[in-house]
Design a protein around this ligand. Structure first.
Ligand SMILES: Nc1nc2c(ncn2[C@@H]2O[C@H](COP(=O)(O)OP(=O)(O)OP(=O)(O)O)[C@@H](O)[C@H]2O)c(=O)[nH]1
Ligand SMILES: [Zn+2]
Length: 219
């Protein structure tokens, strides 16, 4: 099962249910199949979508598209659904006793909105104040990338990154900001090309507004 924060509830019937408050909702059998089987199945379904749209799949440019899309979903855009792709987070003892804020900013966010399967493109900024542990810098980017590579809503992406960092660093002193453009807002529907969405989560010492302001000034 997922290792993200889960709440186990038991309903009146006595059945156990996973309340997926910040967990990406997944089927219990989500990883029972090998990737190759998923790719073959998705390609078949996507070919049906293309045919329904009236496209001629014997065309040599279109012929490979169902397989290309399926491969892209499983191995690239949505690889973060699979816990096997969760990054290994190396943490080190804070031997130097660095006790101020560390900020990793302008981390690339390339995700997809779970409502329209259209891109969410933006940046994440992360800050933390170390206790006994510090984390390899690139691991912060890897956490953002892992949780981005799923069908997402920005709020959940922000919380998942926040929780993972708190867990890895064994500290509450973490802050995460995500700012992004949603193509479902800019390129279709309301078609507002200028609006951006910002989400924020923080804990521990970042409850202090002065510290939060310092972080926000830095990013
Ligand atoms: N809260 C939140 N909403 C999102 C996110 N990404 C997309 N949405 C919104 O999800 C909503 C889905 O609304 P629906 O009314 O079901 O879909 P729709 O008919 O395509 O809506 P329009 O986009 O307004 O045309 C839209 O308002 C999207 O802007 C996100 O990360 N967070
Ligand atoms: Zn959308």
């Amino acid at each position: 099962m997922q290792e993200e924060t889960e709440q186990l509830l038991v309903d009146e019937m006595g059945d156990a249910h996973i309340m997926t408050s910040i967990d990406t909702p997944l089927r219990p059998d989500a990883f029972d199949k090998p990737d190759e089987e998923k790719i073959a199945n998705i390609a078949r379904h996507f070919a049906a979508i293309m045919e329904e749209l009236g496209l001629d799949l014997t065309d040599d440019s279109l012929r490979g598209t169902p397989h290309r899309v399926a491969k892209m979903y499983v191995r690239e855009l949505f690889r973060g659904l699979d816990p096997a792709n969760r990054p290994n987070l190396s943490v080190f003892e804070n031997k130097y006793g660095y006790g101020r804020m560390l900020v990793e900013k302008d981390i690339d966010v390339s995700s997809a909105c779970e409502h329209h399967f259209l891109p969410i493109i933006g940046r994440a900024h992360v800050g933390y104040i170390a206790g006994e542990k510090v984390i390899g810098l690139s691991k912060i980017n890897r956490i953002v990338e892992y949780y981005s590579r799923r069908p997402q809503v920005q709020e959940r992406l922000t919380l998942q990154v926040f929780n993972e960092l708190k867990r890895a660093l064994s500290t509450e002193n973490v802050i995460v900001v995500v700012e992004a453009e949603h193509l479902c807002v800019s390129a279709r529907g309301i078609r507002d090309p200028h609006s951006r969405t910002t989400t924020l989560e923080y804990g521990g010492l970042f409850a202090d507004q002065k510290l939060r302001d310092e972080f926000l000034r830095m990013v």
